[in-house]
Design a protein around this ligand. Structure first.
Ligand SMILES: Cc1cc2nc3c(=O)[nH]c(=O)nc-3n(C[C@H](O)[C@H](O)[C@H](O)COP(=O)(O)OP(=O)(O)OC[C@H]3O[C@@H](n4cnc5c(N)ncnc54)[C@H](O)[C@@H]3O)c2cc1C
Length: 525
C-alpha cells in the first residue's frame, strides 16, 4: 500500500487495439454477464481448488455480480497484477475476505469482497470510471451502488467511498475501518457461529424477511438438487413435479427461479419422456451423476450460493433448507389467485409428500393435508391453512426440542407471528403468546402474512430493480440473459405444458407462449 503508483494515460492506439480485439472475441465472453460464473461461484463458495476468497471481477461480470449478491455491503479492490505492492497486500485483503466470502465464511452475506485487475485491458474503462489513481485502491458501498456506477472523488454525496490507503494497509486496519462503518465488532479471530452479533440480532425484526428471498432461491435449488440426486422423478411422481414447477413459474417470488423453472418445464418432456419411460422402464440418462436435469440451473447460475441468510442457524445442523422450504411455500401461497387455491393446495401437499426427503415431516404434513375436507375457494383459505399447519408443527417441535435440547438455542420454536411482529394479529393484547389457544384476529393475520411473504419478501429485489431501470446497460444484460435460454423442446410439448401452466395464472401462460414462439423461430431458422 505504501508504494502507491500513479497511472499513465492510456494511449488512444491501445484503446483501438483493445476494441478490435474485443470485437473478434465470442459475444458470449464479452457481454454475457454470467460468463465465468461457475468459477465465480467456486470462488464465492471457497471451493477446495480455489484459495482466493475475494471474488475476481471483470467488466463482463461486474454489474451482474453486484446485482445478484445478497450481501449488504461490498468492497472492490482495484489492483494490477504486475504491481508488487498489490501482491504484498493480497494476503491482508484475503484474511478479511475469508471472514465474509464463501460457504464457510464466518459472517456470510454481510460484505462481498471483490477485486478487479486494472492491468487486464478489458477492465480499463471500468477502472477509469472509478478514477483509480493508485494500486491497490479500495472502494466501499452498497452493492447496487456499484452497478453501472463510478467514483470521481469530487462528489461528496457519492454513496461509494474510497477507503484511505492508511485505513486499509493491513487486515487489522481494514477490519477496524469496517467495524467503524457498521458499528460491529468483527475480529480476524472470529470462528464460525461464534461472535455472530449482526446476523441474528433481531429475528423479530420484520425487515429481516427481505433477506429471505435469497433463501427461497437457495431452497428451490437445494430441493431440485435433492430430487435429482435421489432419483425421485419417477413415473408416479412426475406429474406432481410438473404441477409444482407450473406453480413456481407463475408465482415464485424470484424472477430468476421463475425463468429457470420455465426452462426446465419446457424441456421436461424431452428430459423425462413419459411414454418411453413407462413402456421401456427406461431410466433417464444419468451418466453425469446428476441426471438430465443436472445441466439446468433452476434459479440461475449464481445459485446455490452455499449459505443461508434469513434461515441461517447458529449451528451447522439447524435451520437452513427446511426453513427455506417453509418460506418458499408461504411465499407461493400468498401469490396464488383465489381460483388456483385448491390446486395450489393439492400440489403443495403432493410435492411435500413425494419430494421432501424427511420422512416424519412429509408424513405429518400429509396428515394435515388429509384433514382438509372442504376444497379451498380463496387464497385466504389456503394461506391461513398453511399458517395454521406450520404453527401445528412449531407447537409439536417446541416440546420435543425443549425436552431433547435438539433445537437451535438462538431460534426457539414459537407460535407465529409473535406479538412483536404483529400486535394486531392478537385480539387480546394481554394474551400470553405461549398459550395454546390464542384468540387470533384472522383478518389481521391474513393481512400480515400477505404483506410479509408478499411485498416485504421481495423488497430487496424491488430496490435493485429501481436501480436496474435507471441503467441502460442493465437492460442489455437482461436481454442477453434471456436470449441464452435456448429451447430444444418439441413445439407441441411446449404448447401442452403451456396450456397446463395457464391454470396457474397469466404469468405462466406468458412464459409458455414466449418459450414456444422462441422454439418455433429456432425451428424455422
Ligand atoms: C412442510 C414441512 C414439514 C415439516 N415437518 C417437520 C416435522 O414433522 N418434524 C420435524 O422435526 N421437522 C419438521 N420440519 C422442519 C421444521 O418445521 C423446521 O423447518 C426446522 O426445525 C427449522 O426451524 P426454524 O427455526 O428454522 O423455523 P421454521 O419452522 O423452519 O420456520 C421458518 C420461518 O418461517 C416463519 N414462520 C414460523 N412459523 C410460521 C407460521 N406458522 N406461518 C408462517 N411463517 C412462519 C418464521 O419466520 C421462521 O423463522 C418440517 C418442515 C417443512 C417445510
Amino acid at each position: 500500500m505504501s508504494s502507491a503508483l500513479n497511472l499513465k494515460t492510456t494511449p488512444f492506439l491501445l484503446y483501438l487495439i483493445i476494441i478490435l480485439t474485443l470485437s473478434f472475441l465470442p459475444p458470449a465472453l464479452l457481454i454475457n454477464p454470467t460468463a465465468g460464473s461457475r468459477s465465480l461461484l467456486r470462488a464465492i463458495s471457497g471451493g477446495s481448488d480455489q484459495s482466493d476468497f475475494a471474488v475476481d471481477l471483470n467488466v463482463t461480470n461486474f454489474d451482474q455480480v453486484f446485482k445478484d449478491t445478497p450481501a449488504s455491503y461490498a468492497i472492490v479492490e482495484f489492483f494490477a497484477h504486475w504491481c508488487p505492492a498489490c501482491r504484498n497486500y493480497k494476503p491482508q485483503y484475503e484474511k478479511v475476505a475469508k471472514l465474509f466470502n464463501g460457504a464457510n465464511a464466518v459472517h456470510p452475506g454481510v460484505i462481498l469482497m471483490t477485486r478487479v485487475d486494472c492491468a487486464n485491458k478489458i477492465n480499463t474503462k471500468l477502472c477509469d470510471k472509478f478514477s483509480v489513481t493508485h494500486y491497490p485502491a479500495l472502494y466501499w458501498g452498497a452493492p447496487p451502488k456499484f452497478v453501472g456506477g463510478g467514483w470521481n472523488g469530487k462528489n461528496e454525496k457519492s454513496e461509494i467511498r474510497s477507503i484511505a490507503v492508511e485505513d486499509a494497509r493491513t487486515a487489522d486496519r481494514l477490519l477496524k475501518w469496517i467495524n467503524t462503518q457498521l458499528g460491529s465488532s468483527y475480529s480476524l479471530e472470529d470462528e464460525k457461529f461464534e461472535n455472530d452479533h449482526l446476523l441474528h440480532s433481531n429475528v423479530s425484526d420484520p425487515a429481516q424477511i427481505a433477506r429471505a428471498v435469497y433463501d427461497v432461491e437457495e431452497a428451490t435449488s437445494f430441493a431440485f438438487d435433492l430430487i435429482v440426486e435421489h432419483k425421485m422423478i419417477k413415473p408416479d411422481t412426475r406429474a406432481t413435479l410438473i404441477k409444482f414447477m407450473q406453480l413456481m413459474v407463475a408465482h415464485h417470488p424470484s424472477r430468476r427461479c421463475r425463468r429457470g423453472t420455465a426452462d426446465i418445464l419446457v424441456n421436461f418432456d424431452d428430459l423425462y419422456p413419459s411414454n418411453k419411460w413407462l413402456a421401456d422402464k427406461h431410466e433417464p440418462d444419468n451418466s453425469t451423476g446428476h441426471g438430465p436435469l443436472g445441466k439446468f440451473d433452476v434459479c440461475g447460475k449464481e445459485v446455490p450460493r452455499g449459505y443461508w441468510m434469513f434461515c441461517r442457524g447458529s449451528k451447522n445442523e439447524t435451520r437452513g433448507f427446511s426453513c427455506g422450504l417453509w418460506v418458499l411455500l408461504h411465499s407461493l401461497s400468498v401469490r396464488v389467485e383465489d381460483g388456483e387455491s385448491q390446486m395450489a393446495f393439492t400440489t403443495t401437499c403432493d410435492f411435500i409428500h413425494q419430494f421432501f426427503i424427511c420422512e416424519e415431516c412429509r408424513q405429518h404434513f400429509y396428515d394435515m393435508c388429509s384433514r382438509v375436507s372442504t376444497p379451498f375457494s380463496t387464497t385466504r383459505d389456503f394461506v391461513l391453512w398453511l399458517w395454521t399447519s406450520h404453527n401445528e408443527v412449531n407447537t409439536r417441535l417446541k416440546k420435543i426440542e425443549e425436552s431433547q435440547k435438539t433445537g437451535d438455542p438462538k431460534f426457539p420454536k414459537t407460535i407465529w407471528p409473535t406479538k412483536h411482529l404483529c400486535p394486531s394479529c392478537y385480539k387480546d393484547p394481554n394474551q400470553n403468546e405461549e398459550s395454546s389457544s390464542i384468540d387470533w384476529d384472522r383478518d389481521e393475520v391474513y393481512k400480515f402474512i400477505t404483506g410479509y411473504y408478499g411485498n416485504m419478501l421481495v423488497s430487496l429485489y424491488k430496490e435493485k430493480d429501481k436501480q436496474h431501470v435507471l441503467m441502460k446497460s442493465s437492460a442489455v444484460s437482461e436481454e442477453v440473459l434471456q436470449s441464452t435460454n435456448a429451447l430444444v423442446v418439441p413445439a407441441g410439448a411446449a404448447l401442452a405444458i403451456a396450456v397446463a401452466s395457464c391454470l396457474f395464472g397469466a404469468l405462466a401462460c406468458f412464459w409458455r407462449s414466449r418459450q414456444k414462439n422462441r422454439k418455433m423461430r429456432r425451428n424455422r431458422s
